[in-house]
Design a protein around this ligand. Structure first.
Ligand code: ATP
Ligand code: MG
Length: 322
């Protein structure tokens, strides 16, 4: 059993290679209970490999991990009993109906006939699949299939759920529906370990985010913490005339030395830390110099910027280790 003080997942120095290809080169994880943890990484970074190791589907070559209070190597059955896994590729049987898929899962979990039926009906309802329950899954849309997949994971009421790219290929509405389901699970105390290619998804859902690159966790923190590590916040000012642009350049030159001028677009880009105080100071200065600003927009780095800065190019990784 896990106690509230115990994290849902801890891992130390996890390693895994396929042949001489080192995929995980010693990764550490710590996921508190009742939280959402998002693992980001480019294609082939090792996200699915991490999920497979933590869910006992494959073994690590080195390191150790505890999931739901149990050691992965010493107590794999206890780990399996406490977790649910929704893999990257759908595990539903296309020839069966949604109802049959769920019932099969209930039987595998030995829920008993009455309790099994109740749970299946509950999940069909919760996942908006009741109307399609008796149709073969082959006729389901991608979103319905993904919902059924997750419903099947929930049959055993797991404490820790691994979702490997749960919304890849879903339309924006279905994606939001899936996010809502994840939030409700977390409210009920479930821990979610999620991998995703959608940085917006990590931003929306995750309490903490880790970025996996070249076999290592190159950054870890809340979305805001990660964004703060990346330079690039700026205010973009646009002007109606070249004269306005030039007077703005003069006005900000003493404070913002690296303001960059974009004469084509009659725009000026002023480095900015995202704070209201700095924005007010900038506007006051322009005002004091009677500069007419046509429009203004504030850009703060988003997770896309973080991802691009941290992954793919080993030279960029010093940003992560500052
Ligand atoms: N069974 C295997 N045998 C050999 N190589 C494998 C095996 N499984 C994974 N790999 C390799 O390990 C690397 C990581 O794969 P993994 O599936 O974990 O990446 P991923 O981050 O989930 O990628 P994606 O975003 O494409 O799902 C890849 O280079 C992959 O080719
Ligand atoms: Mg994968």
């Amino acid at each position: 059993m896990t106690t509230p003080s115990q994290p849902a997942i801890t891992a130390t120095g996890l390693r895994r290679s396929f042949g001489d290809h080192v995929v995980l080169d010693g990764i550490d994880l710590n996921v508190p209970r009742g939280t959402v943890f998002a693992l980001l990484g480019a294609n082939g970074a090792g996200k699915t490999t991490t999920v497979k190791i933590l869910s006992t589907l494959i073994r690590a070559d080195g390191g150790s991990a505890r999931v739901a209070g149990h050691d992965l190597t010493a107590e794999p059955d206890a780990v399996r009993a406490a977790i649910g896994v929704t893999g990257q590729f759908s595990a539903v049987d296309n020839l069966l109906t949604g109802l049959e898929n769920l019932t099969l899962m209930a039987d595998l979990h030995h829920l008993g006939r009455a309790a099994g039926r109740r749970r299946v009906a509950e999940l069909l309802d919760q996942f908006d699949l009741a109307d399609a329950a008796k149709k073969p899954v082959a006729t389901y849309s991608g979103g319905m299939r993904r919902r059924l997949d997750l419903a099947m994971t929930l049959i055993g009421t797991p404490q820790v759920i691994f979702l490997d790219e749960p919304t890849t290929g879903l339309d924006p509405r279905s994606r939001r529906g899936m996010w809502q389901i994840v939030r409700e699970l977390v409210t009920d105390g479930v821990t979610i370990f999620l991998t995703t290619q959608y940085l917006e998804e990590a931003d929306e859902l995750a309490d903490r985010i880790a970025v996996l690159d070249h076999g290592k966790i190159v950054a870890e923190g809340t979305a805001d913490e990660l964004k703060r590590r990346i330079p690039g916040g700026h205010v973009q000012l646009r002007f109606a005339t070249l004269r306005d642009l030039e007077s703005a350049v003069r006005a900000v030159s003493s404070t913002a030395g690296q303001a960059s001028r974009d004469s084509d677009g009659l725009a000026l880009r002023v480095p900015h830390d995202g704070s209201l105080r700095a924005l007010k100071a900038l506007l006051d200065r322009l005002d004091a110099n009677a500069v007419e600003v046509d429009s203004l927009s504030v850009h703060t780095p988003d997770l896309d910027d973080v991802f691009l800065a941290l992954t793919g190019n080993p030279d960029n990784q010093k940003v992560a280790t500052r």
